[in-house]
Design a protein around this ligand. Structure first.
Ligand code: OAD
Length: 257
């Protein structure tokens, strides 16, 4: 078995990569925002999917079956996101990008806006944006739908055709936003170091980005307090948390800053 690198070695890889345009990419999952108080999906006790049914709440069929129920669940999650603050991990990534313009690409599966608020405004969002709305389907009349006055607790509807408003997230079985995966693949192929932070690696195609980076010659580093499904792709597995490990890994170095 190959020897896995430790935190000091990873910090050195990052300092070297910081000298190259596009040298560092980061793939984040729900664990990135856990220390901001936003629950993950698959953690055994606290994960959303341990308490809620993803088929009912994260699929188009589930929404069509009970739009009000799904709308209210997302309204609660939106409130959680609006009330949350970027943690030390988000801030370390924002600060790193400011110190090294053109070096860092953040690719996130998260639908919150904490990377953006921490300064990574061009983060690639693979799974959409929970604070956005979109129409459930294209306007059947071929014109623009217009929202009626919303009834509390129900998704707004088009006054003329009844089309429903839905949250702007990617549900199971749906396509990723146009161009997002292509941009993410280009970033991980180009980088020298890919940090994979706070993801179980259970959801594809995002999980495949670690293998893509490794095959393209990047060093792959996982930051996660627990095992993930893609640990086998990593040159280093750091058993820490996002807010704990990232500020140390990305700290400025007298050699490069
Ligand atoms: P998961 O809930 O599947 O995984 C969260 C990961 O974060 C786990 O591996 C935890 O061990 C880890 N973790 C927990 N706390 C952490 C911390 N403080 N620091 C670092 N890591 C920590 O979340 P995702 O992998 O993001 O899909 O899930 C992928 C997709 O599945 C989500 O984007 C969502 C969900 O269904 C959509 O919204 C489309």
């Amino acid at each position: 078995m190959e020897r896995l690198a430790d935190e000091d070695e990873v910090a050195r890889w990052l300092r070297e990569a910081a000298a190259h345009p596009g040298g560092v990419a980061v793939l984040t999952g729900a664990g990135m925002s856990a220390e901001s108080g936003i629950p993950t999906f698959r953690d055994a006790m606290s994960g959303l999917w341990s308490r809620f049914d993803p088929a009912a709440l994260a699929s188009e069929e589930g929404f069509r079956a009970n739009p009000a129920h799904v709308w209210r669940w997302y309204a609660d999650r939106r409130e959680g996101v609006r009330g949350a603050q970027p943690n030390a991990g988000h801030l370390a990534l924002g600060e790193f990008a400011r110190r090294h313009p053109g070096v860092l690409t953040v690719v996130t599966q998260n639908v919150d806006d904490l990377h953006q608020r921490a300064g990574n405004t061009d983060a690639i969002r693979l799974h959409g944006d929970i604070l956005e709305n979109r129409w459930l389907e294209p306007c059947p009349r071929g014109r623009a739908c217009a929202v009626t006055e919303a009834v509390a607790g129900e998704p707004p509807r088009c006054a003329e055709c009844g089309n429903l408003v839905r949250p702007g997230v990617v549900w199971f079985g749906e396509m990723l936003p146009l161009g997002a995966m292509e941009a993410a693949e280009a970033a991980v192929r180009r980088c020298r170091v890919l940090l994979v932070v706070g993801t179980s690696g259970a959801v594809w195609p995002a999980a495949g980005l670690a293998g893509t980076a490794r095959r393209a010659g990047a060093r792959v580093v996982i930051v996660n307090p627990h095992a993930s499904e893609i640990d086998g792709e990593a040159h280093a597995v750091l058993r820490g948390t996002a807010a704990g490990a990232l500020p140390r890994l990305l700290a400025s170095s007298p050699n490069t800053d």
